[in-house]
Unconditional design. Structure first.
Length: 495
């Protein structure tokens, strides 16, 4: 085998562009196999020194102002709600939270309802003696439990859709050969305030498998959470009242908050108790949310540095390390030779992974800056990327309430097997091995399962082995333990 279809993982591979060209342009070299867990943070648009980004943020705020004015002046029917509040996911940028493919749910009635209900709340910070410098869409995540970072990113992507199309088109016309691109008609590009409708447009764009692809600037991306988020609101709560200039209000907040905490002399206050007191205090003094946002605005430089580091780590892990690993598997092993059936193919590939990671120095794919990636979601994305190039269908199993199996491997309607990729440190590992596989197989109409368990230390290996022994599974061929430790591997990588 030579540099095969298995190598066409990334934008640079598919469109025959050198990665350094994409790097110089400032875009992220996306995978065209699976979404990568990055998303646009609107705070990075607001905080940027670049005029074009600041104008984008003004466009976002202007659209929110439009929605707010309309909500005050007229009752919206279902058609207007659908046109103004509901949006598809901009899946063409291949970013988000799907571990397989790039098909997200978009922004439906739940998000529309929460945005419509809280439009006035979004502008409160500006109305209360100008507490915040500007309106921030992320505030929805703080005041609603039904809106998450994926919703905020999807909405932001839709409001800057025209910019992303122009940005990609300019790159394509300069660097991508004509046979790999075409003029594409795109819906909902920019909002026309005169007609109060979304306008369409035509763009010269790169096209793959019949669909256009979008690039996103790296300096708009982050991972894990937006800069303005509920976790930091709780973690930074002690600092927020100190930023309130009104001494009387500050003292009222502090006194109310302390009155909610249990009074113990020896035992420390539990996090759950403190969090409950924070929730109650924010409900009593809702302006705290605006002071928190102002606190985040004043520390915007840290948002930039944190997001930059997260994006660089993602490039290292998902692009460079996985790219090298896939190239090694394709050139040095029979990993990309499919088995007789889905179970045989899944088991063979699990064993090839084990050999490459344990004996060929490929354990490094699981480490970023010397630290293991102890998150199953990251491990599962790595696994999905390595499966590219197979004739088998590889899909992420949907969560049906009983918990999702990781992947379904199938060839036709009758040949289906499941693959679960778990970390030995997972506290639910024993319960999963004991109970869930049969449930998954029945729900998926699959016949068999392969389970891959990865460990990063001797203690994790012993824990996994003890669990397998208790469950009498230590000789089960379908369970593959992979040693990803860094302290017992060859000094030089062969990958």
């Amino acid at each position: 085998m030579s540099r095969f279809p298995a190598m066409d993982l990334y934008f640079s591979d598919v469109f025959k562009v050198k990665p350094r060209v994409i790097e110089r342009y400032g875009a992220f070299n996306i995978s065209l196999v699976a979404d990568l867990p990055l998303f646009v943070d609107p705070f990075l648009i607001f905080n940027s020194r670049r005029r074009v980004y600041r104008e984008l943020h003004r466009q976002i705020v202007r659209y929110l102002e439009f929605l707010y004015d309309k909500a005050q002046s007229q009752k919206l029917d279902d058609g207007l709600v659908a046109a103004w509040y509901r949006f598809p996911e901009i899946e063409q940028n291949w970013l988000g939270f799907s571990a397989t493919g790039n098909h997200g749910r978009g922004l439906g009635s739940k998000f529309a309802g929460e945005l419509h209900k809280n439009l006035g709340v979004l502008f409160n910070g500006l109305n209360q003696a100008h507490i915040t410098k500007d309106v921030h869409l992320e505030k929805l995540c703080l005041v609603s439990d039904r809106v998450g970072k994926d919703n905020i990113s999807d909405f932001t992507n839709n409001l800057i859709h025209g910019f992303l199309l122009d940005y990609t088109s300019a790159f394509a016309k300069k660097y991508i050969d004509k046979p790999l691109r075409r003029i594409v008609a795109v819906q909902k590009v920019r909002f026309n305030y005169k007609t109060e409708t979304w306008a369409s447009g035509r763009f010269d764009l790169p096209v793959h498998n019949g669909r256009h692809v979008l690039l996103t600037p790296k300096d708009l991306l982050t991972k894990d959470d937006t800069w303005i988020n509920k976790t930091d609101l709780f973690d930074d709560f002690d600092q927020i009242p100190q930023a309130i200039p009104n001494l009387e209000l500050r003292q009222q907040i502090n006194n109310y908050f302390r009155s909610l905490l249990p009074r113990r002399r020896k035992k420390p206050i539990k996090k759950s108790e403190k969090d409950a007191a924070i929730v109650d205090t924010v409900r009593r003094f809702p302006e705290l949310v605006d002071y928190y946002i102002r606190f985040k605005e004043e520390h915007g430089a840290r948002a930039v540095s944190i997001s930059d580091a997260r994006v660089k780590e993602s490039e290292q892990l998902y692009v460079r390390q996985i790219g090298d690993f896939v190239a090694f598997l394709a050139a040095k092993t029979d990993f990309y030779k499919d088995g007789a059936d889905s179970y045989d193919a899944a088991l063979r590939r699990a064993r090839f992974l084990k050999d490459a990671i344990e004996n060929k120095g490929c354990h490094r794919i699981f480490y970023v800056n010397g630290t293991p990636i102890q998150r199953e979601s990251d491990v599962q994305i790595l696994y999905r990327l390595t499966w590219f190039g197979t004739s088998l269908d590889v899909t992420r199993e949907a969560n049906d309430g009983r918990g999702p199996a990781d992947f379904k491997i199938s060839r036709g309607a009758k040949d289906k097997s499941l693959v679960e990729m778990k970390l030995a440190g997972n506290t639910q590992l024993e319960r999963n091995l004991k109970n869930q596989s049969k449930v998954y197989e029945k729900a998926s109409d699959a016949k068999r399962s392969v389970k891959i368990i990865i460990y990063f230390s001797v203690a994790e290996r012993r824990r996994a082995e003890a669990i397998l022994k208790r469950l009498e599974l230590e000789r089960d061929e379908a369970i593959v333990l992979i040693d990803a430790r860094a302290d017992n591997k060859p000094s030089g990588s062969k990958a």
